[in-house]
Design a binder for this molecule. Structure first.
Ligand code: ADP
Ligand code: MG
Length: 274
């Protein structure tokens, strides 16, 4: 396999779907870990007060740890809240503490409340074009969104150029997507022209069921080539990993879940280069 080239500039990818339990967090941390294994410099921003991405990446996120909350509400610099992932090189994390649950309301009265995350990300010296940010630059910034379309997710949609929508290969998979896409259109029109849905990722795919195949086909009819060819299989190893504070990429690197996240990461990286 040829090595992956680093992109010419930082790709900010927002992992969003207001539906809970579709695989946002799992996909964020595993795609991030896979990209890091492939030699990319990757930053994960945990934007969900639950802090599940922080847990999976083995980052302490009890109250008082510098976090996404400090960046969004207090205006702290990204450099002051970012931590290296202890288990994997090339991977950094801004953890989420439970304080973030209050940010949804606290941000309402803050100046430029929808663009706080964008300001923090692009204010960082190693985000942006290769020639400006140098070798130290982040190649990917992956933002794990909460399961809602409030101010936190809005901040992510204003900060990112690309959106990754995980879709669970289950009945009702497309339910709620209309509202998500309307929100994207609204953001494009008023707040961030550059935003586009670049990647749809089918998760928890069970190849033994006709239902999963049917859902995948329906999603592909809707979204065409935006849908990655790699589907993430339903696998116990994937769901076990977070309870050991790991991604499946380190917990069981040879498992089908890990291999499919690796392949999905390659696809995502190649798509941009095409
Ligand atoms: P979200 O962030 O969208 O709420 P999660 O990533 O937390 O969704 O996933 C929801 C649940 O499904 C979690 O318990 C997770 O471990 C499990 N899960 C996610 N992906 C898989 C998979 N490929 N196979 C099995 N379980 C999965
Ligand atoms: Mg989540």
């Amino acid at each position: 396999r040829p090595p992956l080239h680093r992109p010419g500039r930082t790709r900010v990818m927002v992992v969003a779907n207001q539906k809970g339990g579709v695989g946002k967090t799992t996909s964020t941390v595993n795609l991030a870990a896979a990209l890091a294994q492939l030699g990319q410099r990757v930053l994960v921003i945990d934007l969900d007060p639950q802090g599940n991405a922080s847990t999976a990446l083995n980052i302490d996120h009890h109250r008082g740890v510098p976090s996404t909350y400090d960046m969004l509400v207090n205006g702290d610099a990204l450099a002051d809240v970012v931590q290296p992932c202890p288990d994997q090189p090339n991977l950094w994390v801004v953890p989420a503490t439970i304080d973030l649950a209050g940010a949804e309301i606290e941000l309402v009265s803050v100046v430029a409340r929808e663009s706080r995350l964008q300001k923090a990300i692009f204010g960082h010296p190693t985000v942006g074009d290769a020639d400006v940010a140098g070798d130290e630059r982040f190649d990917y910034v992956l933002v794990d969104c909460p399961p809602s379309l409030g101010l936190l997710t809005l901040n992510a949609l204003v900060a990112g150029e690309e959106m990754v929508i995980p879709i669970q290969a289950e009945y009702y998979a497309l339910e709620g997507l209309g509202m998500l896409l309307e929100t994207v259109e609204m953001v494009k029109k008023h707040l961030n022209q550059k935003l586009s849905v670049s990647t749809i990722l089918i998760t928890m795919y069970d190849a033994r069921t006709r239902l999963a195949a049917g859902v995948a086909e329906e999603v592909r009819d809707h979204f065409g080539d935006t849908v990655l060819k790699t589907y993430i299989p339903r696998s116990v190893r994937v769901s076990e990993a977070p309870s050991y504070s790991q991604t499946v990429m380190t917990y069981d690197p040879g498992s089908p879940g890990a291999l499919s996240y690796l392949e999905a990461a390659r696809e995502m990286a190649r798509k941009a280069q095409a």
